[in-house]
Design a protein around this ligand. Sequence first.
Ligand code: PHE
Length: 348
Amino acid sequence: MGIEEQLTGVLARAVTDIDSADSVKEIEAIRVSYLGKKGEITSILKGMKDVSPQQRPVIGKKANEVRDELTAVLTQKKERLEKESLQKQLEAETIDVTLPGRQVKKGQTHVLTQIMEDIEDLFLGMGYQIIEGNEVESDYYNFERVNLPQNHPARDMQDTFYITPDVLLRTHTSPIQARTLENHDFSEGPLKMISPGKVYRRDTDDATHSHQFHQIEGMVIDENITMADLKGTLELLAKKMFGEEREIRLRPSYFPFTEPSVEVDVSCFKCGGEGCNVCKKTGWIEILGAGMTHPNVLEMSGVDSSKYGGFAFGLGPDRIAMLKYGVDDIRHFYLNDQRFLTQFKRKG
Ligand code: PHE
């Protein structure tokens, strides 16, 4: 068979192959097998060496025509297949824009964070600074520097998570008193700070105890600060937390870092003082501990206690939240149950 006939035959076979191909991949394979370097057309043209010089241009032209034709048919089929597969894909991925969107559950501020932020706002408004402390603290700052002597019961292994004999998880936010005092430059004005944060005690968790809870420490040191300043400040705090009609009363107490020390009660926000189950029929609810800063605490931080003095207080946001919202188990705050947490939507 002459080369021309062979070329015509190849074209016919290729077109049949292309017709029955149904993927772009197959088309590509067909292209390689006919038009490729080792393809059929190339191998047919190897016979050119036996062709007479007059015939060569004729066969060359024919070969070009066959190549062009084949390329055109391949391209056409390839485009059709691509269009079809795109169409199929579009149909499969149709989006129904009329379907309602999925509801995204929005988170919200945790009730304890709400309480702490409210308290921070109150004190920021009165010119206090907010100081963050470390939860991992030294025994020295946690106890010694706030005038807790070596044999004080609060240093008992029962109550404190010791990491090493000298390092512990702070049991209260009071070490912040010493840390801010020693850094404060009194020539620039009084020291007024609050410090909210987590504290840790080796308690067995139950309805009223958690091994981790929160405190907010507060301290004001300047010249001529009196217990009346302390009382006025805490009165504001109590009103902010429990309502404008609230009153407070101070009862004598003991803390190593304050002298005198007081326990602070707020008039019952439920019964208004008449006596109910919340205030255990006394009309008063204990909300925090406070007192006038002990001179030892000032002196150990390098502050002249004959010139400067002031007050400190420590309150527990967990307890405040339990009282305020009638929560009967402190563990609710730490279980992250949405059914509990979503009840405390912040207003506004
Ligand atoms: N640190 C005390 C406690 O944990 C609270 C307190 C702070 C009392 C500051 C008085 C002054 O119980």
